[in-house]
Design a protein around this ligand. Structure first.
Ligand SMILES: [Zn+2]
Length: 359
């Protein structure tokens, strides 16, 4: 009998149950083949005969984290999943490598997080990330015209992209013009895809908003405070921010934290993402990201929501993101307890990925 066919019963710990992450002090989680069979208060959950028991005393079971900004080619997949991150969204890599990795990661017994991907980052000749040291050849896709921009979007969509990524990085060369960006957004919409961007500079941010871009792949990358009127426009246009505060340093990080706080105070939505692979973030539930989010005023429970139920909802992943019967048994047992310090979320003791014990 394969390990996956054994029912596992986790008892003795707490859990954040269901899409609303309701805290349960004495929880039982029953894991079958790939999915959660039952979860709830120990008194309500029946233990199937022949099940394997795991004692989670002292731990809180969370849904596995979704990191919505990584470059998985620069990380070790087993370290990522062992650290409690069971799904990642790769925001630009060489197509030759990323689509193979993505396909492989969809298998239930893959020893890493499931990898969703954007494919290539659309830019202009000599633009970012064509000369970026972290990026292998073909991570960027330069377009010279509106027609080429549409073609580039279709290529990513045909390959299986879950989102279209663009570069608007005025610190590293020329950037996409407004007409080209409009065409990219329109072409992405035609394929049912959102558009996210690496945005440096307030002018580039305004261009992104005017084009109707859906998402910032980082909080604004330049060390500038976003004016209140711009924050308001971001919120009004339902722009989602993937903060990646972990890849900002020192004073730049303080500005990014302040920008995020202002955006959240105005009613903005963020989902968890670290830019894993670049300098800063560590594999797994990332201490630098959690610490910076907490400094932006985000509670521990909302950090969990941003990386689980809210991210799954935003990414249309109805099969994961919550401890709920029928969803994937992606589970991270952490030493944090409701009311505790956010940093305790990074103390990961046990991990299951689609019902397979990883750690
Ligand atoms: Zn990145």
């Amino acid at each position: 009998m394969e390990e996956s066919e054994v029912t596992t019963v986790i008892t003795g710990g707490r859990a954040l149950v269901g899409p609303n992450l309701e805290p349960e002090d004495e929880a039982t989680v029953v894991i079958g083949d790939e999915v959660i069979l039952d979860v709830g208060p120990a008194s309500d959950v029946e233990t199937p005969p022949g099940a394997m028991h795991v004692d989670a005393t002292g731990f809180t079971m969370l849904p596995g984290f979704i990191d919505s900004h990584v470059h998985i080619g620069l990380a070790d997949p087993i370290e990522v999943v062992g650290g409690g991150v069971t799904t990642v969204r790769d925001l630009a890599w060489s197509p030759r490598e990323i689509w193979t990795a993505s396909t492989e990661s969809a298998r239930a017994n893959y020893r890493g997080p499931e990898i969703l991907a954007a494919g290539q980052m659309i830019t202009v000749p000599n633009g970012y990330p064509l000369r970026a040291t972290w990026a292998p050849e073909h991570t960027g896709r330069a377009v010279r015209s509106v027609a080429e921009a549409r073609e580039a979007v279709d290529e990513q969509a045909d390959s299986g992209a879950c989102i279209i990524k663009v570069a608007l990085n005025s610190s590293a060369g020329p950037t996409l013009g407004a007409a080209t960006l409009d065409a990219i957004v329109e072409a992405a919409r035609a394929r049912g895809l959102r558009v996210t961007g690496h945005v440096y500079g307030l002018d580039e941010l305004q261009k992104a908003l005017d084009a109707g871009m859906d998402e910032l792949a980082h909080m604004l990358m330049s060390p500038e405070s976003i004016p209140a009127a711009t924050v308001k426009q971001m919120v009004n246009q339902s722009v989602t921010v993937v903060p990646t505060l972990s890849c900002f340093f020192d004073g730049d990080q303080t500005i990014a934290v302040d920008n995020l706080r202002a955006f959240l105070d105005a009613g903005g939505r963020f989902i968890y993402g670290t830019d894993l692979g670049n300098e800063g973030p560590r594999p797994g539930i990332d201490p630098r990201e959690v610490d910076a989010l907490a400094r932006a005023g985000v509670t521990a429970t909302d950090i969990v929501a941003s990386a689980t139920a809210r991210a799954a909802d935003y990414l249309d992943l109805t099969d994961r993101g919550a401890l709920e019967p029928g969803r994937y048994a992606d589970v991270a047992a952490v030493l944090w307890a409701p009311g505790g310090e956010p940093m305790e979320l990074t103390q990961v003791g046990m991990v299951w990925r689609r019902g397979r014990r990883i750690r």
